[in-house]
Design a protein around this ligand. Structure first.
Ligand SMILES: [Zn+2]
Length: 441
């Protein structure tokens, strides 16, 4: 986050100091929107114009106004809304589970980096202008983040966790279930054991450039260990992680499936529960009491179960996939009734990149209104990411991140699976459903 801000400031400062006598005039774009969902969750505006200067929204006006010299984007027959936010993705590496397993020992970090580049582009073209990457190789994701911020690579704004933190044998320990030779290699994860060691793990990720801290409170579906989905990190380890992260001004996301782990992570003071597959009365009381967000990731258990059925998972993974898929939607439906704060997140990487918007249909099927589902992927996710001042609504001063669809997504949320227009930071990446190449592509 700080790096991003500094990069933006550097760009602004660099222009007047550059050698050319006159800086290029700032590109002005006027978007004519037939329907404008400027603040999701409130009534949309009709026939409006959004005026974009450079990377930023300058004005929102009634009617279709013209600005001399401005480029006009005609979306008079479409619905324009803020760029979508996915609070839980993994951009690094292959999203085809079987291929990933087959190629595991042939791929280097460079291979995964180029795949991440392609995944980032697919994500942006699907209408997601911001994502939170909750675990991968820290240098890889944080380099990608910085390249996108500098305008060198097309992709969403990334809030990166670096490596997820886990106990040994837990969800983030890359040595789980590998052969003897591989098990002697240094851990590919960031494991910690004991409160002191967990403080170290947080500090290392902050040092590596992480914007947010992610840890695994419980077992996970895709780790190759038959250890179940219950709490695996001790209460004092979680408290140490949260306390250390807060000292560095970082939010904390907890991966948690089993109810004892969900509740322990909420008690430790995390900002969000990822997955939250099993819940009870105490969970709902704690969500309310702490104000933590629930990031449901309903696409993930469905995708993992399908992978298991087609033989792409190990026996240990398949057992856990069945358990998670059997309860994830029930917990979500209950959370809707209880008014738990929900931020949109998919765990894409478990499911294929570029199909993040398929999560909306699962949310609506399980009791959320389309309007609130859209709010969860804009206003609410922006709040969880600590980016409300920059994204989530269409208001002057915010980043010029928009999408458009044909028709009314508050009636048919699946329209968001077919985004026709994408602008990010004032640059058009998709128009009329087709990718727009720019000099940075
Ligand atoms: Zn994940």
């Amino acid at each position: 986050m700080l790096k991003y801000l500094l990069a933006s400031v550097a760009l602004l400062v660099a222009t007047p100091l550059a050698a050319q006598p006159a800086a290029a005039p700032e590109l002005v774009t006027v978007i004519h929107a037939g329907t404008l969902i400027d603040k999701p969750g409130t009534a949309p505006r009709r026939n409006s114009s959004v005026i974009v200067r450079g990377r930023t929204i300058a004005e929102v006006r009634d009617g279709f106004v013209d600005v001399p010299g401005a480029r006009v984007v005609d979306l008079r027959s479409a619905t324009v809304l803020p760029g979508l936010i996915d609070s839980h993705v993994h951009l690094r590496g292959l999203d085809d589970r079987l291929r990933a397993r087959l190629e595991e020992n042939q791929r280097d970090n460079e291979d995964n980096a180029y795949t991440a580049l392609s995944n980032a582009r697919k994500t942006l073209l699907a209408g997601f202008t911001t994502v939170r990457d909750l675990g991968g190789d820290p240098r890889l994701i944080l380099s990608l983040r910085d390249g996108i911020n500098a305008g060198e690579i097309p992709g969403p704004t990334i809030i990166g966790a670096g490596r997820g933190i886990s106990v040994s044998g837990g969800h983030g320990d890359a040595r789980n279930g590998v052969n003897r030779e591989l098990a002697t290699l240094p851990s590919g994860g960031n494991t910690c054991n004991g409160a002191d060691d967990c403080r170290r793990a947080v500090r290392e990720q902050v040092g590596a450039g992480a914007d947010v801290i992610k840890f695994a409170a419980t077992g996970g579906v895709l780790s190759n260990v038959p250890g179940g989905l219950n709490q695996q990190m001790m209460d004092d380890e979680m408290r140490a992680i949260v306390q250390t992260a807060k000292m560095f001004d970082r939010k904390v996301a907890a991966h948690a499936h089993g109810v004892n782990g969900v509740n322990a992570a909420l008690r430790a003071g995390v900002d969000s529960i990822e997955h939250g597959t099993f819940t009870n009365e105490e969970s709902f009381r704690l969500y309310k009491q702490t104000g933590a967000y629930y990031v449901p990731t309903l696409l993930a258990p469905a995708a993992a179960l399908a992978d298991g059925v087609r033989g792409a998972l190990t026996p240990a993974q398949f057992e856990k996939a069945k358990a998670a898929a059997g309860n994830a939607e029930k917990s979500f439906a209950e959370a809707i009734k209880r008014g738990v704060k929900i931020a949109f997140g998919t765990d894409t990487g478990v499911s294929p990149h570029g199909r993040n918007a398929e999560e909306f249909a699962l949310m609506v099927k399980n009791g959320m209104s389309p309007a609130l589902a859209i709010r969860s992927a804009t206003v609410d996710a922006a709040e969880l990411l600590g980016l409300s001042a920059r994204i989530g609504t269409i208001e002057p001063g915010k980043d010029a991140d928009f999408i458009a669809v044909d028709g009314d997504p508050t009636q048919n949320v699946r329209l968001l699976e077919r985004v026709g227009f994408v602008m990010k930071s004032g640059r058009v990446h998709k128009l009329g459903g087709a990718r727009q190449l720019t000099s940075a592509d």
